[in-house]
Ligand binder design. Structure first.
Ligand code: SF4
Length: 383
């Protein structure tokens, strides 16, 4: 198997794996996968939650050196952290990697640790999906502990799934029942998460987990009272943390290349770069950009605070200088400022999902007809 081979089809490969291991004992399947170097780099992603001990024990018996990725959202129960440390020690896990959210991102997007109260999707993106996406770079596959009996989107999952391009997700316990798990834990005399005995049947972050007692839907205690049932790490490609606003409404980021700053621009030729995107601060001196202006496809201007209008002036200056590419205002721009951004030459605005939740698409679209309110336009029309 070569993920790099242009003729290699990941979906055909996944279908073959599902056929091959359909009736194989779980431990035997894991042993084959881990021993077979053609599967590339594998990791187990574990929450050290209610049933995590089952897979952790299996992996410890097969290969203690397999990387175990533990996402510490910094919102976990203290019992989870204690349990994780003790269990990793007892099982002798040799490559436990604690995955945390990026400090700067937390300070910027959730400085008071309250994001979960009004935007659980944004909070899970910040604290779970984005850190895991970064941690999984370089891995060809990861092992998850999901089970079909947990219901919802999990009901129909296969043993092997495509995660993202060039990576598979392995669900060795997909067909296991609650009783199977209990039996394995009892037979192997394994310690359960201490909160399990208190009615917590599925254990995630403390603010978003409640005990379910005897309710048969064990995930009912996650994000109780909300429609949300998954944190997002099982949805494949992580949703971008920004929203692009245009006259047409909201869209995901469509620019796949990187953004360079002005210093990079002066140091490199970018002759082989098919499309060039540049980040500028609002106080940038536009004349410095003259040698590159025709080569740039997208300029993104930073708006660090809502009250800083320098970006609008810069937009006007860039257009006056002859820039005809995409011009984007990024950061602290409110829906009320959209018309001003458009009149200053910007094509679009990039905001983070937290702001997008507070000011949803209809609020922005009410300003999308910005030309009607344009003073000069009104004068022209009345002339
Ligand atoms: Fe935030 Fe709750 Fe998601 Fe944890 S489960 S990352 S606290 S929203």
């Amino acid at each position: 198997m070569s993920f790099e081979n242009p003729n290699f089809s990941l979906s055909a490969h996944v279908a073959k794996l599902n056929d091959r291991f359909q009736s194989t004992d779980t431990v035997d399947m894991l042993r084959s996968l881990i021993a077979d170097s053609s599967f590339g780099q594998l990791a187990l992603v574990s929450s050290f939650g209610a049933d995590s001990v089952v897979l952790l024990d299996m992996i410890a018996k097969i290969d203690r050196a397999l990387p175990i990725l533990f996402i510490d959202t910094e919102m976990l129960f203290h019992q989870t952290l204690t349990y994780q440390q003790k269990l990793a020690e007892d099982l002798g896990l040799a490559d436990l990697r604690r995955i945390s959210p990026v400090r700067e991102a937390v300070l910027e997007r959730d400085s008071e640790n309250l994001l979960h109260r009004y935007d659980t999707d944004a909070c899970c993106a910040l604290r779970k999906t984005e850190p895991l996406a970064r941690a999984l770079i370089g891995f060809n596959g990861w092992i998850s502990g999901r089970k079909r009996y947990q219901g919802g989107a999990r009901s129909n999952m296969e043993l092997f799934e495509i995660d993202v391009e060039n990576r598979i997700k392995i669900n060795p316990l997909a067909h296991w029942s609650r009783e199977d798990l209990a039996k394995y834990i009892a037979t192997n005399n394994l310690p359960r998460h201490p909160l399990h005995a208190k009615g917590y049947k599925s254990i995630g972050c403390a603010p978003c987990t409640t005990p379910t007692g005897t309710i048969s839907d064990e995930r009912a205690g996650r994000w109780h009272g909300q429609r949300k049932t998954e944190c997002g790490i099982h949805f494949g490609q992580v949703r971008p943390s920004s929203v692009i606003v245009t006259d047409e409404g909201f869209a995901d980021e469509d620019w796949s290349g990187e953004f360079v700053n002005f210093d990079d621009l002066t140091k490199n030729t970018f002759q082989d770069t098919p499309a060039l995107a540049v980040d500028l601060n609002g106080d940038f001196e536009t004349k410095k950009l003259v040698p590159w202006i025709a080569q740039i496809d997208l300029i993104r201007v930073d708006f660090p605070v809502f009250s800083d209008g320098r970006g609008f002036s810069l937009g006007n200056q860039l257009r006056a200088l002859g820039f005809v590419g995409r011009l984007r205002a990024k950061g602290h721009v409110l829906a009320d400022q959209y018309a001003m951004a458009r009149r200053s030459g910007f094509d679009e605005v990039e905001i983070d999902r937290t702001l997008a939740r507070r000011q949803p698409e209809p609020v922005w679209q009410a300003r999308a007809n910005w030309q009607v309110r344009d003073y000069q336009n009104r004068l022209r029309n009345s002339a």
